[in-house]
Ligand binder design. Structure first.
Ligand code: KIV
Ligand code: ZN
Length: 498
């Protein structure tokens, strides 16, 4: 008989903490609904005390999603728990996730406390959360570096206090797989009452071992895994959902099953990447562009004879279909709507009409429109309510001459224009922009990326601009890379707080 592993998705909490990846509530609802279709058991929807935006998102996700448990994060602080309980009031199934650091480093430097006091605070937080909900998860932050004997005492105490799930985070991504597995085994063997709770893994990828550690935890008794789509998350990220789901599907002998509908993996990956403007590395396992591309002659020959020679996963099993690059200028609205639905995006008629209009404009410039292009177009009206918009841009540049740009902006309905020269077309365009928006802004980071292949491709630009001691993140996408750069800069400016 096979065992069931619960999938706890934290894309919208730990994943969303990545600078520049913040989503608005509407986008978070879109992701949450897709996670529901994907079959996750728990959605960590946010950290309600951290901001009104997070609070509101937990409320709206709770209303939008039916069967997964909605989880809200707190510190071991009563006010946090009060606010989380309030944010969860509309959830059909709800969980409070509370916890505290347990490693000596956290106890000493973060809390200026001692081991006994930390246990008292942990127990008090769990008991307090249980007043609001029946399902309370406790996290022992930095459990990866916490000594096992003390960790076992903490876990035993919180289970006695009413914790239903105990989370053992490798917060710093430090553990070796053998070490992490041993930790889970130790808890299974030394904690009285461990069978009254589910052990959860929560691994970070600082040393590239998040998935290996998670699997080691599962093999030693953990029955919940905390994961994110595409492995996004703080620093080097979290364990990626798609990797764990496919490991268990490929290795049936392990005898552990999840509720994940693996055919929804690829569309979910694309949606998250597109909404968060967070590219997926081409060689990323399962969802990277090259994950199923066999380029060496020997491999191609083998795959043509029989795919099983070099492929352990059928791309269809993760939702990669053969039609993923077929839309062209001749594709109709229905084809676009269908493709968007496959990618998990359901648009109302009015929005669909607008996206179709943009699609036709893009198809004029670019022969094949792929999934990434479509997702960028579907997200493009994020700029619709922006105060500052690019009206026009004209640039002349070449070798041996100065680049010159003239640029027009629409600022709250009023038109402004200026021109400037620079050492290249982007420099000239940004100088012209800065003549109109006269503020102390400094471009800190600038990344240009083609979405897929071909010289007619859409370019994506990510930027970081410093203004008034804050870093603002901007994004632009256009077949004209200079325009994409200016759009990304304007995106940053639109986020300025004053
Ligand atoms: O990495 C971590 O320790 C966390 C906890 C807050 C669960 O994200
Ligand atoms: Zn984490």
């Amino acid at each position: 008989m096979s065992d069931r592993l619960f999938i706890f998705d934290t894309t919208l909490r730990d994943g969303e903490q990545v600078p520049g990846c913040q989503l608005n509530t509407v986008e978070k609802i879109q992701v949450a609904k897709q996670l529901e279709l994907l079959g996750v058991d728990v959605i960590e929807a946010g950290f309600p005390i951290s901001s009104p935006g997070d609070f509101n998102s937990v409320i709206e996700i709770s209303k939008a999603v039916t069967w997964p448990t909605i989880c809200a994060l707190t510190r071991a602080v009563q006010k946090d728990i009060d606010v989380a309980a309030d944010a969860l009031k509309f959830a059909k199934h709800k969980r409070i996730h509370t916890g505290i650091g347990t490693s000596d480093e956290h106890i000493k430097y973060k809390f200026n406390s001692n081991r006994e006091e930390i246990i008292e605070r942990a127990v008090a937080a769990v008991k307090y959360a249980r007043k609001y909900v029946d399902d309370v998860e406790f996290y022992a932050e930095d459990a990866g570096r916490t000594d096992n004997e003390y960790l076992a005492r903490v876990i035993e105490s919180v289970i006695k206090a009413g914790a239903t799930v105990v989370n053992i985070p490798d917060t710093t991504g430090y553990c070796l797989p053998s070490e992490y597995g041993e930790k889970i085994k130790y808890l299974m063997e030394h904690v009285d009452g461990i069978h009254n709770a589910i052990i959860s893994t929560h691994c970070h990828n600082d040393l590239g071992m998040a998935t290996a550690n998670t699997m080691s935890g599962v093999l030693n008794g953990a029955r919940q895994v905390e994961v994110t789509i595409n492995g996004i998350g703080e620093r080097a990220g979290n364990t990626s959902l798609e990797e764990v789901a496919m490991i268990l599907k490929c290795h049936k002998g392990i005898g552990i099953e999840t509720n994940i509908n693996t055919q929804k993996i690829y569309p979910t990956s694309r949606m998250v990447s597109s909404l968060m403007n967070m590219p997926v590395q081409p060689n990323k396992a399962i969802v990277g562009r090259n994950a199923f591309a066999h380029s060496s002659g020997i491999h191609q020959d083998g795959v043509l004879k029989n795919v099983q020679t070099y492929e352990i996963i059928d791309p269809h099993d993760v939702g990669i279909d053969d039609n993923s690059i077929v839309l062209t200028a001749r594709s109709g609205r229905a084809a676009l709507k269908n493709r968007l639905q496959v990618l998990g995006v359901n648009l109302e008629q009015e929005k669909l009409d607008k996206v179709y209009e943009d699609f036709l404009k893009l198809a004029d410039k670019k022969k094949d429109i792929n999934d990434d292009d479509i997702l960028v177009l579907a997200g493009a009206d994020r700029t619709q309510n922006h105060r500052i918009k690019l009206d026009y841009l004209q640039v002349t540049s070449g070798v041996g001459v100065h680049s010159v740009a003239s640029l027009g902006l629409n600022i709250a309905g009023e038109k402004f224009e200026d021109c400037a020269s620079g050492n290249g077309p982007v420099d000239a365009a940004i100088k012209a922009l800065k003549k109109i928006i006269n503020r102390q802004m400094v471009l800190k980071e600038f990344t240009i990326q083609a979405i897929s292949k071909g010289s007619d491709d859409m370019g994506k630009v990510h930027m970081q601009v410093e203004y008034d001691n804050h870093i603002y993140y901007g994004f632009g996408a256009n077949t004209d890379i200079i325009a994409a750069s200016v759009e990304a800069y304007i995106d940053c400016i639109n986020k300025f707080k004053d």
